[in-house]
Design a protein around this ligand. Structure first.
Ligand code: MOS
Length: 764
């Protein structure tokens, strides 16, 4: 059975990260920049308010957009009266299905390599309503206030049709198999139900997680303009190249006719892809002949931009007396629409986290009439680890075994469902280091045993895990100038996570230039590469592309040098960047500065572009970031209030490129995990599919008072099979946190909460 699911193994030299590859020249580093806690290169710009975000680009003659949202989940528009709206002073256009230009649907995210659309429904092409909150009119005004006022005056009535907006009703109609990135999520190895029934120790429980809505600090926004058939969009995007191509499909253009910039993004988390507001703003701009700025209101984000589905998950574990798993069952149901592409793949962690004699994994999909759900902060893993890691804690308690010890007893030597070797896995070290630092030995295994006044104190842990991905399409351009500066251009994204800083460090180290002489340019679809800032893969994707460009640059420079150069006769593999030039490793005499090489060749600059090699490493190795989460909570016996008092994340994510920005990413993920554990919940009215809490006043996220000092540590063991030795650090921080909190709550007060969020009513 393992053979049956094993991916095609590709022959790759075991000591190289890519086929026929060379050792990463980072090993020849000399400046000590790799891993250094360098402060953000974009920090000063942001602090001074000089970093320009999507809704801050000025445009001549620009107008402002406001949207009107439907109030029924399904049906058709019966009557539409825009007269009062059009009469508002300063209103430039009211666009509805009656006057919108003809457009194709958005290409659905993951349906092809550059598709970025959250759904593939027609946008304002007819009188149909597909979800409660769907935009049914766009108003353009000379001011935002005029547009907003007019939007409130659009009169509309609907002929509602029968719709499916309750999860139970959707399930009763029948579910379909979940498919993620073209692959089924169903996996069976052996007869897990039989093994479970025969196991001497078992847990079998159902866990629930609610819907979540996206709440990036920066609202979704775009400032855009047409010049003939050329469209420029200043967007808030985590996929500029995908965006340019996808918008071109919608409007029947060549992708080169769409230029997307996104120099800074105030958080994406999976949501800053292509949604209806982009298409509507561009269509209205075309119709009005004016540049348009659209910035969704906070409510608008809840209505237009998809979030995370709810899940119902069963986890059943059967174990022998020594704790080893005979059966690992993780199955369940999620909600989707007929027009989106993300069945929350909550079984992904269970594929590789533990050894087990048998497996049964499955995600089924129930279809609802609602806003399309989408990627959100470790889709799959964040809620999947809640169920899986809670169940392991339940089993450990049942067996009177330390939960860390139970996990270590089931530590797999190779990927348990594919049979592939792990590229690098040091989760046991992460657990041991974390346990020591956190003081795990102070935990009393008996729930409710530790008390401070009316506060019950407990500790819990859970495994964090997120796959290593590297998507194809990476490319980079390096331009070296005679004054000894380098510019590295990649169509990548800075969403606040420190990309520009870490990549400047790496490029400077590779080229042997000080950081001040290297500029990492990103956020522009005209730069090389198709690089998604998602799946925690951007760092590896950029890294592989920059490595390729560096090799090409060194080769091009060596072609320029003449007989009189000390570098004459050397090949790209023989040299490294150092001291502002090229030099032979271990041979101080054979060196020439970039300035000298270009001057002698009579060139002002040298630009090279190269593509990253295909991501074959993921086919040869099972690659994942790992972590161990430790949580201490205090549960108030009188009020049920839960306070997280201490938290530690102990990570094993390969080489850490920047200790400061990586620590911030880990912490940020953990803060989101605390929200997932304790407060986040989209209130979805199952009678009519309306999201009832579309604001940060009623959709609760952690604030400073909710977050203790978060400690993070890491192994810093380079992964020999990823470019730069680094795996992703973006999403792993949120994984495992829900279970760590739930397990700590159980240890504190003896209440096992299997439905997130753990609000105080569930503890009374
Ligand atoms: Mo992330 S949810 O892959 O942007």
């Amino acid at each position: 059975a393992v053979q049956a699911v094993m991916k095609k193994a590709i022959a790759i030299a075991p000591d190289a990260w890519m086929p026929g590859g060379k050792p990463d020249p980072l090993i020849a580093r000399q400046q000590g920049l790799i891993g250094a806690p360098v402060s953000r290169v974009d920090g000063p710009l942001k602090v001074r308010g000089e970093a320009r975000f999507a809704a801050e680009f000025p445009m001549e003659g620009m107008v402002y957009a406001a949207l009107v949202f439907s109030t029924v989940p399904k049906g058709r528009i019966a009557m539409l009266d825009t007269g009062a709206a059009e009469a508002v002073p300063g209103v430039v256009l009211v666009m509805t299905y009656q006057n919108a230009p003809r457009m194709k649907p958005m290409p659905l995210f993951m349906s092809s390599s550059k598709a970025a659309g959250g759904d593939d429904l027609p946008i304002m092409q007819d009188d149909r309503v597909h979800w409660n909150g769907q935009p049914i009119a766009v108003v353009l005004g000379e001011t935002q206030e005029a547009a907003d006022q007019a939007a409130a005056l659009v009169r509309v009535t609907y002929e509602a049709e029968e719709s499916t907006t309750s999860f139970a009703a959707a399930r009763a109609k029948g579910t379909k198999p979940g498919v993620f990135m073209g692959e089924p999520l169903k996996l069976e190895i052996g007869n897990a139900e039989a093994a479970l029934a025969a196991a001497p120790h078992r847990v079998d429980a159902v866990y629930h997680t609610p819907r979540h809505s996206h709440n990036a600090i920066e609202l979704h926004a775009a400032t855009l303009a047409w010049k003939g058939d050329e469209l420029t969009i200043h967007d808030a995007s985590q996929a500029v190249s995908h965006m340019a191509w996808s918008m071109a499909q919608v409007f029947g253009l060549d992708e080169k006719q769409v230029h997307v910039t996104s120099p800074f993004v105030g958080g994406g988390f999976g949501s800053k892809t292509l949604w209806g507001h982009h298409v509507l703003a561009a269509a209205a701009s075309k119709l009005a002949g004016r540049p348009v700025r659209i910035m969704l209101s906070r409510e608008g984000v809840y209505r237009v931009v998809g979030g995370r589905t709810l899940t119902e998950q069963r986890v059943a574990l059967g174990a022998q007396a020594d704790g080893r798993f005979d059966a690992l069952i993780h199955t369940g149901v999620v909600a989707m629409t007929a027009h989106n592409n993300l069945p929350e793949p909550f079984i992904l962690p269970a594929r590789s986290a533990y050894a087990a004699g048998t497996f049964k994994l499955d995600v089924e999909v129930a279809t609802l009439d609602m806003l399309a759900n989408t990627f959100m902060r470790a889709p799959g893993e964040s809620v999947g680890t809640f169920a899986l890691e809670s169940a392991i804690d339940e089993l450990a308690h049942l067996m009177k075994m330390d939960p860390i010890e139970l996990r270590i007893r089931n530590e797999p030597g190779k990927d348990p469902t594919t049979g592939a070797p792990f590229s690098s896995r040091h989760i046991v070290e992460a657990y041991r280091a974390g346990a020591e630092r956190f003081g795990w030995n102070l935990r009393n295994a008996e729930p409710g045993a530790r008390r401070e006044g009316e506060w019950l104190v407990g500790m819990g842990c859970a495994t964090a895990t997120y796959p290593y991905y590297r998507m194809p399409g990476g490319a980079a351009r390096i331009t070296l100038t005679r004054d000894g500066h380098a510019k590295v251009e990649v169509a990548a994204h800075e969403m606040g996570m420190g990309t520009a800083t870490a990549q400047t460090q790496v490029a400077a180290e590779r080229l042997g230039l000080p950081m001040e002489k290297v500029r990492f340019c990103h956020g522009d679809s005209r730069f090389p590469g198709v690089v998604l800032a998602g799946g925690s893969q951007q760092t590896a994707a950029i890294g592989a592309a920059v490595m390729a460009a560096q090799q090409a640059l060194f080769a091009a420079l060596l072609k320029l040098v003449g007989k009189e150069s000390p570098l004459h006769g050397l090949k790209a593999d023989d040299v490294v960047g150092r001291d502002g030039g090229l030099g032979k490793l271990d041979d101080a005499a054979r060196f020439e500065s970039y300035t000298a090489i270009l001057a002698r060749a009579g060139q002002d600059e040298l630009a090279v572009e190269a593509s990253a090699p295909a991501p074959l490493e993921t086919q040869r190795w099972s690659m994942h970031s790992h972590g161990a989460m430790f949580c201490e909570v205090r549960v108030n016996e009188v009020t049920g209030e839960t306070r997280v008092s201490r938290f530690l994340g102990s990570f094993d994510c390969g080489r850490i490129l920047n200790a400061k920005t990586a620590a911030s990413q880990f912490r940020g993920g953990i803060v989101m995990g605390l929200g997932l554990a304790l407060m986040e919940e989209t209130q979805f009215d199952e009678r009519n599919g309306r999201i009832m809490n579309p604001s940060l006043a009623e959709y609760h996220v952690p604030v400073h008072m909710d977050v203790p000092e978060i400690d993070v540590i890491w192994t810093d063991i380079p992964d020999p099979h990823s470019p730069m030795g680094a795996r992703g650090v973006g999403e792993i921080g949120i994984t495992g946190v829900g279970a760590a909190v739930a397990n700590a709550v159980f240890n504190a007060c003896g209440k096992r909460v299997r439905a997130l969020p753990i609000t105080l009513d569930k503890l009374m």
